[in-house]
Design a protein around this ligand. Structure first.
Ligand SMILES: C[S@@+](CC[C@H](N)C(=O)[O-])C[C@H]1O[C@@H](n2cnc3c(N)ncnc32)[C@H](O)[C@@H]1O
Length: 377
């Protein structure tokens, strides 16, 4: 899964823009500016709870086109003390997306997109310094830190296990005689079974006995521990929003190309692979590594956005716009908080009912010093 997504030569994310109607799928920040603005409200409230520090690191993991961060910075531009405190760090592996992010954040000087991305560049949106990194470990420590991960954890590679008569075996990818990929079951338990056992330790036995398939994401557990350690030493918090479950994940790995589900073994690298996020595994991983952090949620995206005031924001924006803009604001609003029956990725068609409001969940990991973050109290 990792090779398919981020292989430096042929990975799905590496060479192109995969978002929006022309791409393969659409995400909340691309649906409406209100998403980034509401995340901005969350970040600002946490910054207040942290005692309005003069300098903080604001980190985004997997920023896609950079739209969320641009909307956050634009939305917060009137709050000068807050925006002046920010050092923005974008954690992105894809060179193509880094270039797009730089343009979205207006960090492109005249000679634009080819400028060295390792140095921090002030965005002309409000002067905030922005720098790019390939991993969270590269982001400098020592400042209070707020981390945003929107649809990042779902891109991390999972292991899948199936209960066979010989015990839990791992699903593996094999090459068949006709040179096509196929899924096979390991003849015996594999080393990754250790992660399965760890995950099962946190599950209740009744749930486990019912399951024939279990999906585990060791990278999500490791990343959560890196996040929790950083928050416990530097202060601050993290916001994770993704589609997932508040329980063990059974069999969710999926491939999407041009807004349609496809076979994940068909032409790897040409379709997005993603899996449901196992939120309890995130909670336990954070709690296991530090006593100084508290985990809140998950709550649904509609509750998260609703309690942060998206209704007031949409009303305010509707006061001052054209009829066309009003239509797009209303559609965007319902896409973000609505509860449609049809999965949102089935089409870019504006009429498609979508259900991002309950399908997506929000979780926060914060340093205990700050107390419960809004709107998780
Ligand atoms: C599903 S997209 C989400 C993009 C964006 N957050 C949004 O909501 O529009 C996943 C993002 O994570 C990046 N990414 C995926 N795997 C990564 C990894 N292992 N390290 C760093 N970035 C990664 C991708 O390039 C992409 O920017």
């Amino acid at each position: 899964m990792e090779e398919v997504l981020i292989n430096p030569k042929a990975g799905f994310y590496i060479n192109r823009d995969v978002f929006g109607a022309e791409g393969d799928f659409i995400t909340s920040p691309e649906v409406s500016q209100m998403f980034g603005e509401m995340v901005g409200v969350w970040v600002m409230c946490l910054w207040e709870q942290m005692g309005q520090p003069d300098r903080i690191n604001l980190v985004e993991l997997g920023p896609g086109r950079g739209t969320l961060m641009a909307d956050l910075l634009r939305g917060a531009s009137k709050f000068e003390k807050f925006t002046k405190s920010l050092n923005v760090h974008m954690v992105e592996v894809s060179p193509a997306l880094k270039k797009i992010q730089k343009i979205t954040l207006k960090c492109n000087n005249e000679d634009s997109a080819d400028t060295n991305l390792d140095e921090s560049i002030a965005t002309t949106l409000n002067g905030t310094p922005v720098s790019w990194h390939s991993t969270l470990d590269e982001v400098p420590t020592g400042l209070p830190t707020i981390i945003i991960a929107h649809e990042f954890f779902d891109a991390l590679p999972v292991h899948q296990f199936q209960k066979a008569s010989r015990g839990w075996c791992e699903k593996m990818i094999d090459v068949a005689e006709d040179s096509k990929f196929r899924v096979v079951l390991s003849p015996q338990p594999t080393p990754a079974t250790l992660y399965l056992l760890k995950r099962c330790k946190w599950a209740n036995t009744e749930d486990l006995t019912k399951l024939k398939h279990v999906e585990v994401c060791p990278k999500a557990m490791d990343l959560t521990q890196t996040i929790a350690k950083r928050i416990s030493s530097d202060g601050g918090g993290a916001l994770i929003i993704d589609y997932g479950l508040d329980g063990i994940v059974s069999d969710s790995l999926q491939a999407i190309r041009k807004h349609k589900f496809v076979d994940m073994l068909d032409d790897p690298g040409s379709a997005d692979l993603s899996a449901y996020v196992d939120f309890p595994a995130i909670r336990h991983s954070a709690e296991e590594v530090s006593e100084d952090v508290c985990v809140y949620g998950p709550i649904t995206q509609s509750r998260f956005l609703g309690n942060l005031g998206i209704n007031f924001r949409v009303e305010a924006l509707l006061q001052n716009c054209t009829e066309e803009q009003a239509e797009s604001l209303r559609t965007g609003y319902w896409r973000l908080v609505g509860d449609g029956e049809v999965p949102f990725w089935e089409g870019p068609d504006e009429q498609t009912p979508i259900g991002m409001g309950s399908r997506y969940l929000a979780m926060a990991i914060v340093n205990k010093k700050q107390g419960p973050p809004v709107p998780f109290q």
